[in-house]
Design a protein around this ligand. Structure first.
Ligand SMILES: [Zn+2]
Length: 187
């Protein structure tokens, strides 16, 4: 019996919570089917999602008229700990800002649907605000929420993925929920 929607054929804008979660022999949580996926193909799909949401962002009325078209960010797979993704904008003198998205590769392997269908639009929405409204200070404030609603995604600041047990222990000890990202490194 097939219980999980076909990952590769789902639209990039599909909801992410319909994918059942399973545990392996060591008690580590995975989205069903994720353990057998080719990580390079998962990254290709993630980068297609980046293009998809950048294109949607360029269509936001009014906002998209406030500056040059939102560029496609670079994607780095270098995060560790309980952080799923992080958006960064570097302001450069006499040039347009440079933008990138950093992704937690282990969380991407275990939760590809959540990462691609929720974390990516979440992070792109940060890049949208950094690009068009750089004076906004509140990372998950009304402007960011407005972009998420335009994307048709729930404007959630927290994710429901389990970090590695060591990280989870530290976060729990500190009483901290797992954030999508560290506090924003806006410059
Ligand atoms: Zn965020």
């Amino acid at each position: 019996m097939k219980t999980s929607p076909d990952f590769w054929n789902q639209p990039l804008s599909a909801p992410w919570k319909q994918v059942p979660l399973v545990r392996d022999a060591r008690g580590v949580e995975w989205e069903q089917g994720a353990i057998n996926r080719n990580p390079l193909k998962v990254r290709e799909r993630l980068e297609r999602a980046v293009d998809h949401w950048v294109d949607r962002a360029r269509e936001i009325p009014h906002l998209s008229k406030l500056g040059a078209p939102l560029p496609k960010p670079k994607v780095l797979y270098d995060l560790k700990g309980g952080i799923a993704g992080m958006a960064a904008t570097m302001v450069r003198p006499r040039a347009l800002p440079e933008q990138w998205i950093r992704i937690h590769p282990d969380l991407l392997a275990r939760y590809p649907v959540r990462m691609i269908q929720q974390t990516i639009p979440h992070e792109i929405a940060h890049l949208v605000i950094d690009w068009y409204l750089p004076k906004v200070r509140e990372p998950h404030g009304p402007e960011w929420m407005g972009v998420m609603i335009w994307f048709g995604r729930p404007p959630l600041a927290f994710h429901d993925m389990e970090a590695a047990p060591s990280v989870r222990g530290r976060a729990k000890a500190a009483g901290a929920p797992l954030l999508f990202e560290a506090p924003h490194g806006r410059r």
